[in-house]
Ligand binder design. Structure first.
Ligand code: GRF
Length: 187
């Protein structure tokens, strides 16, 4: 199998990046991670890129042309898939069009419920019975593209923001890689 090249966008801790890196070492995983893009120079995720000898690009989103900088690097590296793994910046329509290939995102709720930020607090406030995570294609609307897969768990009475986050992220670490496998299975 010829693997495709993937780029992971991050802003922070990078636990999803870590699980993608680990899974990408498997010869049957459909992508290799060739680039990490980060908009926060202090993100812990950058250390993971360094440790695993993955090239990384730290971008300054205050600069007007920062998306062009990313596009150039992505073209150089022949990237076919972008995974948004906790990237806290909205991708522009222009970027989506210019890249023209697959962009996927992971979100800590059962979309279409609870799009946007502060998900865990809102889930608890609404007394939801279950929650989980969603991996979806990125389109021009926030957290709205076609869902690739979801993982679900039931919320317990004593769950709080911390425990919900922990349980959700545990599922995310499986879901993201499963979604990558799924989208290449039929292509
Ligand atoms: C994840 O929970 C993801 O759902 C959200 O941002 C978080 C990133 O966590 N979009 P990490 O940086 O991968 O640990």
């Amino acid at each position: 199998m010829v693997k495709k090249n993937a780029c992971i966008f991050i802003s922070g801790y990078g636990s999803n990046l870590r699980s993608l890196i680990l899974n990408s070492r498997n010869h049957s995983f459909p992508v290799n991670i060739k680039l990490v893009v980060c908009n926060n120079k202090n993100a812990r995720g950058i250390l993971l890129a360094k440790k695993n000898s993955i090239p990384y690009l730290i971008i300054n989103t205050k600069k007007r042309n920062f998306e062009n900088t990313i596009l150039q690097e992505i073209k150089k590296k022949n990237i076919s898939l972008i995974c948004l793994a906790g990237y806290m910046k909205i991708i522009s329509k222009r970027f989506i069009r210019n890249f023209g290939k697959k962009i996927i995102n992971i979100h800590p709720s059962l979309l279409p419920k609870f799009k946007g930020l502060d998900t865990f607090k809102r889930i608890l406030d609404k007394n939801e019975k279950k929650t989980g995570c969603s991996v979806h294609y990125v389109d021009e609307k926030l957290d709205s593209g076609k869902i690739i897969l979801q993982k679900i768990f039931f919320i317990k009475k004593n769950d709080d923001i911390v425990s919900l986050k922990k349980k959700t992220q545990k599922l995310e670490h499986l879901a993201f890689s499963e979604a990558v496998v799924k989208i290449y299975r039929y292509n």
